[in-house]
Write a protein that binds this ligand. Structure first.
Ligand code: 3PG
Length: 213
């Protein structure tokens, strides 16, 4: 299961990171993303509506790759999996998060930005890591520097944090980046105000550029 999820993220290359304020918007959001060629999203557990949003998408659109982000503790891992999340993302790595994801059978992308954090996460068996906050942690240059020591170990990153339409292609050109994520595709206000045409437009543009690289 892990392999299929990571393969899909690698194929899509762009992961919209979204904060949903109202779960009733979730299915329309997912439909807009799918229609634009990006049938995946990391729904951040930063709002009370997040778990309901994940459940609504999982129920209505079983082919949509819905993930849960901002997993900070084991209880959130279990809640995300119960809601129907098909993968989990954390800004950091802890052994407790890692074990919870393993016991829930949830493909998990922990965060790591330093060499020691990368070693800790890879020592727990993780090969797909979030690099967050990407732009303020050295950006694409920093990620590129990790190709030397860590690519042999099969470590690949999903940078997020401060990435914009004009900067994501630099990350995607790196051999040790499997996808990039960010909120620029579906900003919180655009979701809340139901501006799905705008979201479709950003998603289409990002996905077309990613495919052309
Ligand atoms: C995340 O959780 O990955 C970030 O909040 C995304 O950061 P961005 O808003 O700068 O894209």
């Amino acid at each position: 299961m892990n392999d299929a999820v990571f393969a899909q993220l690698r194929r899509l290359r762009i992961v919209p990171v979204v904060e949903v304020q109202d779960a009733e918007r979730a299915v329309d959001l997912a439909r807009a993303l799918s229609g634009a060629g990006l049938p995946a999203a990391e729904i951040t557990l930063r709002t009370p509506a997040a778990l309901d949003a994940i459940a609504a998408i999982a129920d209505a659109l079983p082919d949509f790759l819905v993930g849960a982000g901002t997993l900070l503790g084991p209880e959130q891992v279990h809640a995300a999996q119960e809601a129907g999340a098909r993968f989990g993302v954390s800004p950091g790595f802890t052994p407790a998060l890692s074990s919870a994801a393993a016991s829930a059978g949830l493909p998990f992308i922990p965060g790591a930005v330093t060499a020691s954090e990368i070693l800790a996460a890879s020592g727990a068996g993780h090969r797909h890591l979030k690099f967050f906050p990407a732009e303020s942690s050295g950006g694409a240059d920093a990620v590129s520097s990790y190709a030397g020591p860590f690519a042999g170990a099969g470590i690949a990153f999903m940078p997020t944090g401060g990435i914009r339409p004009e900067t994501f292609s630099r990350y995607l050109s790196l051999p040790n980046v499997f996808a990039v994520g960010g909120t620029w595709i579906a900003p919180r206000d655009a979701i809340t105000e139901g501006r799905f045409d705008e979201i479709r437009h950003s998603a289409r543009a990002a996905s077309a550029l990613a495919r052309s690289l």
